[in-house]
Write a protein of this length. Structure first.
Length: 81
């Protein structure tokens, strides 16, 4: 069974000058079978993007989502969720 592996890091990876604004480092990994990725995950993410933005070209950047800015500023409006 073929698999897809995604690895990403976030946060402050410096050991000498840790940022007081975001003093964490995260290394995350996601493993999914290719058939599940193609048949389930991609269509669900595309549907989510279409439901909220009308197209699938929006990057899902966690900082923008967390800070409710740029394409995700609508999250500040409780009437829209």
């Amino acid at each position: 069974m073929p698999i897809n592996v995604y690895i990403d890091e976030s946060g402050d990876h410096s050991m000498t000058s840790i940022s007081p604004d975001f003093p964490v480092f995260v290394l995350a990994m996601f493993v999914v079978e290719t058939c599940d990725y193609c048949s389930t995950l991609v269509p669900k993410v595309y549907q989510l993007k279409h439901d909220f933005f009308g197209h699938e070209c929006i990057p899902l950047h966690s900082i923008d989502i967390r800070k409710k800015r740029n394409n995700f500023s609508f999250l500040n409006d409780v009437d829209k969720h």
